[in-house]
Design a protein around this ligand. Sequence first.
Ligand code: NAD
Ligand code: UDP
Length: 342
Amino acid sequence: MANQHKTVLVSGGTGYIGSHTAVELINAGYDVVIIDNLVNSEIYSLDGIEKITGKRPAFEKVDTCDMGALRRVFEKYAFDSVIHFAAHKAVGESMDEPLKYYSNNLVSFMNTVELMKEFGRPNVLFSSSATVYGNADTQPVTEQTPRKPAESPYGNTKQIAEDILRDCTRAYRGLHGIALRYFNPIGAHPSALIGELPRGVPNNLVPYITQTAAGIRKELSIFGDDYDTPDGTCLRDFIDIVDLAKAHVATIDRMTQGKMEQDYEIFNVGTGRPVSVLELVKGFERVNNLKLPYRITGRRQGDIPAVWADTTRANEVLGWKAERSLDDTLRAAWAWQQHLGK
Ligand code: NAD
Ligand code: UDP
């Protein structure tokens, strides 16, 4: 295989997106080293990765904010590329505990970039987010759509980290960076061996739906049906987690094959298709043949009415496209919830 023995360091790799990405990297022939401090994931996701791929990635329990421990990982493993997932991600919590977010998300990223530079390792892939667009003036958003001032410390860490990557790739010869701006990742691996593990009451729509279907939550609240959208509920670009994971492989391919046109590049990773909250709820009921108790409640503060991706650049330049159907994604989300219930 073309990628045989190319090694990728995946920080935050036992988490939701990281574990699915590890699977797709291994399937594409890469060797994977995972580091994670397990603050928001479980070590047993390594078992899932191994069952799916037949290969267990190397794992080190490391906090990426700990420069000494991170340096030892760089000394031990010969990788050219890092995918930096390690971050806290709860928007609401970031409003209450901004320092926790600025310090974890930025120190861990700066440490990583600094060591990439010091060790002469060229490729940094950063997990960014559609949140950088905020409430954009036009939809769908392209990579050129201006970013809006961040509405939360979490969102601000994504903007600042993008800027750090841009500036460092400009300043340090040989360092290359790609930021992937994810839209709304949902679903789970079709094997139901890995998936999302929300702690406590989920904030995100799909884990809330699956927990309601499982009887863990009494009912789903739909936050507002009076938006200026076709059915009044918000529109989002829900991207299947396996498709999203594959976008990382295409990005690492681009970097390791020397195909980048600039030292710093940005790609939207979405489907390009807006889906309403109500459509998603009804789709979940239909494909899984169940009834979901839900109620329309007031708007959630800070929600934007609609955001979806223009994916032309990822389609044409990365050669990547979202392929899985929303129905399959919603089936996989439910299968994973049922697996968790066992
Ligand atoms: P996740 O919480 O499942 O995964 C993040 C992983 O990072 C966890 O395993 C956690 O234990 C680890 N981690 C956190 N801080 C660490 C540290 N200092 N050292 C080592 N490990 C650390 O979250 P996810 O959904 O997989 O998100 C991955 C990345 O994608 C994050 O950067 C997140 O901000 C970004 N992102 C996620 C979404 C989403 O909706 N899930 C959307 C856009 C961007
Ligand atoms: N949402 C909802 N009920 C919930 C959780 C989310 O109606 O319990 C809506 C939310 O208002 C938004 C959409 O679902 O319009 C996606 O929300 P999520 O938190 O999953 O992602 P976001 O787009 O906010 O990052």
